[in-house]
Structure formats: structure tokens, C-alpha cells
Design a protein around this ligand. Structure first.
Ligand SMILES: Cc1cc2nc3c(=O)[nH]c(=O)nc-3n(C[C@H](O)[C@H](O)[C@H](O)COP(=O)(O)O)c2cc1C
Length: 191
């Protein structure tokens, strides 16, 4: 039987970013849990310009190849974990841009957030993301926030600890509970 697809989305796009290391840490925990086929999705690979579709995404009438490609990726997911940095007391612009490109592809799917920053730990990024996901009818399944001064990325690997590992595993378990009923609802045509 095929497993549902969980996409771990790397939101940071800057050269030298730590996002991929944080995402890899979460990916390994999610893959070990076993409920999902886990994919890493890196915004850098999609090279999305600042939103440039002429029509509202709710119409799903995309003109540009970059949008069609991004849409096809997100449409095949059953659950998401956004891995986002805190920038200026919020989350980074590339993440918002990538979210705004689409609409139905996000809807009625469960998601978790992994955020990181300096001593603010990415908490303000999480708070800023929540109303956006709510507007898109994503179902929130938990968060982990990481203080990089305490849990740095060293040689491309996140220095995690038991608390962070348990928090990540709890998100995966919650996503695994919410994913099948939401998939059923999407397939029922009720929405
Ligand atoms: C433009 C910018 C703004 C930042 N603002 C904050 C902030 O408001 N709060 C915080 O805790 N860390 C802040 N940081 C620190 C970042 O969270 C940290 O550098 C992190 O590594 C960024 O993620 P990335 O390396 O994956 O891009 C900021 C970093 C940048 C580049």
C-alpha cells in the first residue's frame, strides 16, 4: 500500500542558509516514524520570482511554467512541514511568496511548522505564519522552535537534543493521525 506523502519544505533561500540542515534533521525523524513517504522540497529548486501570475490562484489558471511546476509538487502532498527561519520578527519573504502562488493545492491538508532563529527561537515566525495557513484552510498540527545559539548547525548538522527530537516526533504523529481523514474528505468531493 502506498503511504501518504509528507513534504518537508525548506523556506530559506539565501546562500549559506542553515535551513537544509534543520530540514534534514526533521526529515530523518519523520522517515524513521514510518507513516509517510517523506520528501524534501527546497524552494531554491523552484526559483519562483516575486508572484507574477495575472489571475488569482483560486482559479488555478496558471500562465507560467514555474507556477505549474510548483503547483504539481504541492498538489501531490498529503501533509506538510514548513521549515522556516525568523527574519525581522516574522518569517522570510521567500516562504510567503511561495505560499501565495497557490490556493487549492494547500487546502484541507495537515501541516506542522519548524522554525528557528536567534534567542527568539523562531516563535514570532510561527505566530506570523498561523493566520496565513488558517486562511488557506491548512490544519495546524504543531510546532517546534529552535534557538540556534543553543542548538547550532555544526558542519551541516543540527545540534539537536531530546526535547527537540520529541517535539518533531510529536508533530509527525499528529500529522499521521490527521492525514487519512483529511485525504478521505478531499477525495469525497465534500469541499
Ligand atoms: C534578514 C535577517 C533577519 C533576521 N531576523 C531575526 C529575528 O528577527 N529574530 C531572530 O531570532 N533571528 C533573526 N535572524 C537570525 C536568523 O534566524 C538566523 O540567521 C538563521 O540562520 C536564518 O536562517 P537561514 O540561515 O536558514 O536563512 C535574522 C537573520 C536574517 C538574515
Amino acid at each position: 500500500m502506498t503511504k501518504p506523502v509528507l513534504q518537508v519544505i525548506i523556506g530559506s533561500t539565501r546562500p549559506g542558509r542553515v535551513g537544509p540542515a534543520v530540514a534534514q534533521w526533521f526529515f530523518d525523524i519523520a522517515a524513521a516514524e514510518g507513516s509517510f513517504d517523506v520528501e524534501l522540497v527546497d524552494l531554491v529548486d523552484y526559483n519562483l520570482p516575486i508572484f507574477d501570475e495575472p489571475r488569482h490562484p483560486v482559479l488555478r489558471q496558471y500562465e507560467h511554467e514555474h507556477t505549474k511546476r510548483w503547483s504539481a509538487t504541492i498538489a501531490r502532498a498529503d501533509a506538510f512541514v514548513f521549515v522556516v527561519p525568523e527574519y525581522n520578527h516574522s518569517f522570510n519573504a521567500a516562504t510567503k511568496n511561495a505560499i501565495d502562488y497557490l490556493n487549492h493545492e494547500w487546502k484541507h491538508k495537515p501541516l506542522g511548522i519548524v522554525s528557528y532563529g536567534s534567542m527568539a527561537m523562531g516563535v514570532r515566525a510561527v505566530q506570523a505564519l498561523k493566520p496565513i495557513f488558517s486562511a488557506l484552510r491548512l490544519i495546524f498540527c504543531g510546532e517546534v522552535t529552535i534557538p540556534l545559539p543553543i542548538n547550532p548547525v555544526v558542519d551541516g548538522v543540527l545540534s539537536s537534543n531530546e526535547v527537540l527530537d520529541k517535539g518533531a516526533a510529536a508533530i509527525v504523529r499528529e500529522l499521521a493521525i490527521m492525514s487519512p481523514p483529511l485525504q478521505q474528505l478531499r477525495e469525497s468531493g465534500a469541499f
